[in-house]
Design a protein around this ligand. Structure first.
Ligand code: 4AD
Ligand code: MG
Length: 431
């Protein structure tokens, strides 16, 4: 017989069933004991009436510790007021593993304590909801690109060089070949892929030795990076807005229950439909000035600046054409204004900041050579990349979406540390 999960109980109303799980919570009122069982698929209230069960079972239902693993038996009853919509008129209770003094109780705990106990904290209803939404977002990402003719092309994690600036590189000794670096982005390889396969995406962990201790920074995070041949900045923005609308609307449709658990205000998510506003960096600077923010043209936006800019809109805003000085070496300059790069950042609403960074790429060999020199990057490590401009170079563009910032935004979380199963930050590498 197949193992029965709580989420499938609707097919078994009126039947006697056995369910395995963990004791999530319990309460008692005289002759009745309530056990809330969780099994990962859902929650089930099991009711033990003193008159209906043996004294041993009744006693066990009273004494059993939170997070003990158990097997319960009883009859499934529809109960609209119950979590999940069903209850169990329980008769049997047997122990798989008994435990007492589980460190995370239903009362409040500090975040650092919970992060230390992350391996257990993941069992809480809130964390389960976040992980289910994260999974749905990841599947939506894959479905979106797979359904549009993109090929998934994995990029290496150990790399010879920097993609996003040398100041945030993690390095390791690599046999006789000197240093290797943990990848900051799969983009350079995605570009090779786009020229081979037309449209590709890379999707994997990326690393930044970020000294920033903020609510948006992890040292290890997941990034999806589409790259398209024969594409310019405008079509890159078209792709980004269609992509974000798809992700948000899919989560709203398929993970309504989990969003409710998180008490997420979904009205703001419902507004995430195309078209998104598109403003230039210059216009964004004007917004800052009009709101009394001191900001000098040529700087990059900080988190508070992004919040002011995005608060003007009820959906994600695409800010394009940043000063090329603050952007990466591979970005193409605007032929109409070489001071700015054909770059775009997508800022999420509600103060969640940049979730996408992208650009049209420099496709001219000579210009790119000059940029690599300006940025003092080791030319020999970029020879292969320059080949992409020597043999069949075409206009091409792409972007990167950070999964954790997207999960934080959609779930309405304060900090990215809760969006990934085991967060890595400047001050944390355990558990
Ligand atoms: O803007 P970034 O640095 O862009 C790139 O890496 C490009 N190579 C992408 C491309 O064009 N293919 O990073 C892209 C996104 C950011 O918008 C953000 O969502 C996320 O990656 N990100 C981080 N997320 C968590 N912690 C960090 N330290 C992050 N750094 C970037
Ligand atoms: Mg960026």
């Amino acid at each position: 017989m197949h193992k029965l999960y709580i989420s499938n109980l609707s097919e078994h109303v009126g039947e006697e069933v056995t369910v395995k799980g963990w004791v999530f919570n319990k309460r008692s009122s005289g002759k009745i004991k309530f056990l809330i069982l969780r099994d990962g698929s859902g929650y089930l209230q099991c009711i033990y009436f003193k008159g209906n069960v043996t004294p041993e079972v009744f006693e066990l239902a009273d004494k059993i510790g939170q997070e003990s693993a158990v097997e319960v038996t009883g009859k499934v009853k529809a109960e609209p007021r119950s979590p999940g919509g069903f209850e169990l008129d329980a008769t049997g209770l047997s122990i798989i593993h008994e435990t007492h003094d589980y460190p995370i109780t239903p009362k409040e705990h500090g975040v650092e304590f919970l992060m230390d106990k992350r391996h257990l904290w993941l069992r809480s209803s809130r964390q389960v909801a976040i992980m289910k939404i994260r999974h749905r977002i990841i599947k939506a990402i894959r479905d979106f690109f797979d359904d549009r003719g993109f090929t998934l092309m994995d990029s290496p994690i150990l790399t010879p060089s920097a993609c996003e600036g040398t100041s945030t590189l993690f390095s390791t000794d690599y046999f006789d070949l000197g240093k290797a670096y943990l990848t900051q982005s799969g983009q350079l390889y995605a570009e090779a892929g786009a020229l081979a396969l037309g449209k590709v995406y890379t999707f994997g962990p990326t690393f930044r030795a970020e000294k920033s201790k903020t609510r948006r920074h992890l040292t290890e995070f997941w990034m999806v990076e589409p790259e398209v041949a024969f594409a310019d900045l405008d079509s890159d923005m078209d792709l980004a807005e269609e992509f974000l609308e798809y992700i948000v609307q899919t989560v709203l449709k398929d993970r309504a229950e989990e969003l409710k658990t998180l008490e997420r205000d979904i009205t703001s998510l419902q507004k995430v439909v195309r078209p998104f506003p598109r403003i230039s960096y210059d216009e964004a600077v004007d917004i800052l000035h009009k709101n009394g923010v001191e900001f000098e043209w040529g700087n990059d936006f900080g988190a508070p600046d992004e919040t002011v800019i995005s608060s003007q809109y009820d959906r994600p805003v695409m800010v394009h054409r940043y000063p090329s000085e603050v952007k990466a070496f591979y970005m193409k300059r605007d032929p109409n204004n070489p001071k700015v790069a054909l770059a775009v950042d997508v800022l999420a609403p509600e103060g969640y900041g940049e979730i996408i960074g992208g650009s049209q790429r420099e496709d001219d060999l000579e210009v790119l050579l000059g940029r690599i020199k300006e940025h003092e990057l080791p030319m020999e490590d970029f020879e292969w990349y320059l080949d992409l401009r020597r043999f069949g170079s075409v206009p091409h563009a792409g972007f990167g979406l950070g999964v954790e910032r997207t999960v934080a935004w959609i779930c309405g979380l304060e900090h990215v540390r809760e969006t990934i199963p085991f967060a890595r930050m400047i001050y944390r590498k355990t558990p």
